[in-house]
Ligand binder design. Sequence first.
Ligand code: NAP
Length: 311
Amino acid sequence: MPVTVLFAAKSERWKEYEHPLRTALAEAGVDAELVTRAAPETVDYIVYSPNSGIEDFRPFTRLKAVLNLWAGVEDVVGNPTLNVPLARMVDDEGLTQGMVEWVTGHVLRHHLGMDAHILGQDGLWRAGAPPLASDRRVTILGLGALGAACGKALAGLGFPVTGWSRSEKRIEGIDCLSGPQGVNSALARADILVLLLPLTAQTENLIDAARLARLPEGAVLINPGRGALIDDAALIAALDAGHLAHATLDVFREEPLPPDHPFWPHPKVTVTPHIASETRAPSAARVIADNIRRAEAGEPMRHLVDRERGY
Ligand code: NAP
């Protein structure tokens, strides 16, 4: 008997995902009926985006797992009506590759001082070559699927990379720190700081005035993680005081960022509209199909969220 897979995301996403998901499920050997509507009690798996409108999972009495289309799960992880395994999106070929490219691009922008030439074509011959990557220390908070990949790419370019995570790690090319003590050392060596932490009760407002003060003078902050990792007012104060040189922000407490938000006109802030990396249907469909195949075969599913930890 086929399993029923409900695709629950914004309706415009169906066009993008239908073919890749059907193909990937067939290639994985999963006998599935892929639908966008179904009586809840007939659904085995939900391919889920938190903005799909489904908030009460109780009517899905046969549900075996929820497969999140996004890496971040803060909008669903605490849902008390969800009592089945929740997988988040980890997709090396698509989501991770996109993040590596975005982070590398923005690190290089600041490292090379590209703005001086791109924005300053005013007849002045500005001599002086930028330093080498080996002279610019990068710290990445969060060494998960995305942080570790970005760290390895930056280390490969020659940047001395420090990373910080909850648990201890060993990753080639990255000086790995962990725990509450590790964060202060990691910040102290962050000429460029990249935030790739999930939003949890422990990480919310982690980058407050005290932690910003630990950054070296003239540091740059790049945040493709989540907006609420940062105390916005403290960030603006640190930029205004000249302690921080620039902040490139992709994610915000409120999205879209309201037109009157002080980040928009701030000369030391670059706003990008939550585009650092998105889930790419063809490769993400293969990740989802493989996870459903695993569940049906009684094998452990991959990328399961720890509901206690919150990510
Ligand atoms: P992940 O694999 O779950 O990695 C999370 C990392 O953060 C892990 O290294 C984890 O430590 C660390 N961490 C979590 N809580 C911590 C704490 N309290 N103290 C220290 N370290 C902590 O997540 P991911 O796939 O890399 O994604 C990271 C985040 O990126 C997502 O949650 C999402 O918010 C964001 N994101 C943004 C975009 C965008 O377009 N802007 C796209 C995708 C994802 P352990 O390794 O010890 O568990």
